[in-house]
Design a protein around this ligand. Structure first.
Ligand SMILES: [Zn+2]
Length: 262
């Protein structure tokens, strides 16, 4: 029999590898879904179109081994691929550490994986495919049911906030996809307190990145940037550090200022 220490190492590695594999599949979805390409068919190099072999498609390792270049045409492979694979692996490990049961950890892994794809596709195309939002909402509701928590105020605040903005701006400030996204986020976080942390974090990250892009002249004053990734990032921060942030805010506002700068 495994000792409990060995078992923990084994399960952590299993979640990491599963995360890499799902991240690799996620890359296929990120590249093909927005342009409506079929998800079947062999993967090929985006530059030369050469069909890739199984050994070219090992998550993370192939990229490192090929030193980030296609072995057929020697063009650079986008760093997006290994980034998505690594983030996916880390999110799976996070889910395993964060959740209380293995079932819960598997459901949370799937929810965070779909959230990662939503953020990546929104950055690429400024839109979120409904089928991904549906996957995220479904897995987030399952995660909520598995934990046996239901707080109607989480939904009232999370969904109401984005639906309100959408109505007031007639869809100019945020997209309808962001409203669907907020249903899943509210279920994932489960309490109105954590939804509040998510809202504040999203806007802090959003404002910081917008200022950075303006200063470096990557965007104009009147450009729009996708907000989905910031909602996703804010939700992750709320899930990971939300309870600590809340107790910190309650203890003292001054102490909390340092949390946002680590
Ligand atoms: Zn190539």
């Amino acid at each position: 029999m495994f000792s409990s220490g060995l078992m923990t190492v084994f399960l952590t590695l299993s979640f990491l590898v599963m995360g890499f594999v799902f991240g690799s599949f996620g890359n296929v979805l990120i590249m093909r879904m927005p342009c409506g390409r079929s998800l079947g068919g062999r993967s090929s190099c985006m530059s030369c179109g050469h069909v890739l072999r199984a050994t070219d498609l090992v998550p993370v390792l192939s990229y490192l081994f090929l030193q980030g270049k296609c072995q057929y045409c020697k063009k650079h492979i986008s760093v997006i691929y290994p980034t998505v694979e690594i983030l996916s692996g880390l999110l799976f490990v996070f889910a395993w550490i964060h959740a209380e049961t293995i079932t819960s950890a598997i459901i949370l892994s799937m929810a965070l994986w779909s959230l990662l794809l939503i953020a990546a596709i929104d950055i690429r195309t400024q839109g979120i495919p409904d089928v991904l939002n549906a996957t995220f909402i479904g897995t987030a509701l399952l995660f909520m049911a598995e934990r046996g928590v239901f707080d109607p105020w989480a939904f009232a605040l999370g969904v109401g906030f984005f639906a309100g903005q959408w109505l007031v701006s007639k869809g100019r400030w945020i997209g309808s996809g962001d409203i669907l996204l907020s249903i899943g986020i509210s279920a994932l976080l489960g309490t109105w307190e954590l939804v509040t942390v998510m809202l504040f974090s999203s806007y802090i990250f959003g404002a910081a990145v917008a200022v950075l892009l303006l200063l470096t002249k990557r965007i104009q004053r009147n450009s729009s940037i996708a907000f989905g990734p910031f909602i996703a990032l804010g939700a992750f921060v709320a899930l990971w550090k939300g309870e600590e942030i809340l107790s910190c805010v309650l203890r003292s506002v001054q102490e909390c200022a340092t949390l946002f700068f680590w």
